[in-house]
Ligand binder design. Structure first.
Ligand SMILES: Cc1cc2nc3c(=O)[nH]c(=O)nc-3n(C[C@H](O)[C@H](O)[C@H](O)COP(=O)(O)OP(=O)(O)OC[C@H]3O[C@@H](n4cnc5c(N)ncnc54)[C@H](O)[C@@H]3O)c2cc1C
Ligand code: FES
Length: 271
């Protein structure tokens, strides 16, 4: 039976069972529910009377679902006002997540912000298959680094970069990846984070002939291929169905990647 046969297409109202502060701007909201997701998939979260928005699955342990949310605007501010016991609607999981690639025995993972959690989920699966992992986690400063504890428990070579040098390597995630590629033959690179970071890593991989899996966020309204809000220029494909995780070949066809994205009304916004 397919894994996503249990998918919820109608929001299920679930109480928030606990909240975990990750940094000054990000909290993980937990629900006692399992949605049998693949690493890299997302759910739609509905706050009645407010809106419905997409969020990546940070934890899906079999007993708990966890969504790591950055407070950035009206919806997420409303969510941060909710308390344990308050209910939100969840539907999903949606989209195509990260996958295990045949023959990829040595991989690099590059994450930034809440993008680190979906990568950790696929990393935890790959470790079981004895894949060698170099995991790079980057942030502007130490206080903004996410999921360092979870990373430290992963059987992988961990690199941390901060722009200001307050923790780990001073610089960008592109610094360690360049060094790794000089020394080792890497089969695949997994990328999830802010799009300009993703583009910089993708360009390095293209120059070295290495395939990537990249999670691409676009404005999503339905999350299920109906409204067309998340269609990208170049391929015209909806990222909620074709992605959010796509391979290098697909990314090459997305002419807006690393340049602009569209708002809910279709207006282009440069990165
Ligand atoms: C597949 C996917 C996975 C995501 N995973 C996470 C996650 O794990 N954690 C997290 O904090 N955020 C995640 N986001 C982004 C999240 O959906 C937005 O931060 C949220 O919708 C912001 O809403 P707001 O009203 O608080 O802020 P707004 O002020 O409305 O928006 C702030 C920013 O969020 C983007 N955004 C707003 N609405 C949407 C939407 N409907 N779809 C996509 N982007 C939107 C806007 O482009 C804008 O740049 C994800 C988005 C996608 C597409
Ligand atoms: S969000 Fe509606 S088609 Fe993708």
């Amino acid at each position: 039976m397919e894994k996503w046969i249990n998918k919820l297409d109608k929001p299920l109202m679930m109480p928030i069972t606990r909240r975990q502060k990750e940094n000054e701007n990000v909290d993980t909201f937990f629900f006692e529910h399992s949605i049998n997701s693949q690493a890299g998939q997302f759910v739609m979260m509905w706050i009645p009377g407010v809106d419905e928005k997409p969020f990546s699955i940070a934890y899906d342990t079999g007993t708990e679902l966890g969504l790591a949310v950055a407070k950035v605007g009206p919806f997420t501010e409303e969510l941060f006002r909710l308390k344990v016991g308050d209910k939100v609607g969840i539907r999903g999981p949606y989209g195509k997540g990260f996958w295990k690639a045949d023959g990829a025995k040595k991989v690099v993972m590059v994450g930034g912000g809440y993008g680190v959690a979906p990568l950790l989920n696929i990393a935890e699966e790959l470790v079981q298959d004895e894949v060698d992992i170099h995991f790079i986690n980057g942030a502007r400063s130490k206080d903004l680094l996410l999921f360092q504890d979870r990373l430290n428990n992963l059987e992988a070579e961990i690199y941390t970069t901060t722009n200001d040098g307050s923790h780990g390597i001073k610089g960008l995630v592109t610094d360690p990846i360049k060094e790794i590629l000089k020394k080792e033959k890497i089969d695949l690179v997994y990328i999830c984070g802010p799009e300009l970071m993703e583009k910089a890593v993708f360009d390095i991989c293209e120059a070295s002939g290495i395939n990537c899996q990249i999670s691409i966020e676009r404005y999503m309204k339905c999350g299920m291929g109906v409204c067309g809000a998340c269609a990208v220029d170049g391929t015209g494909e909806p990222m909620c169905i074709k992605g959010p995780v796509v391979d290098s070949k697909t990314v090459r066809g997305i002419t807006e990647f690393g340049k602009y994205h569209r708002s809910g009304s279709g207006v282009k916004n440069n990165f």
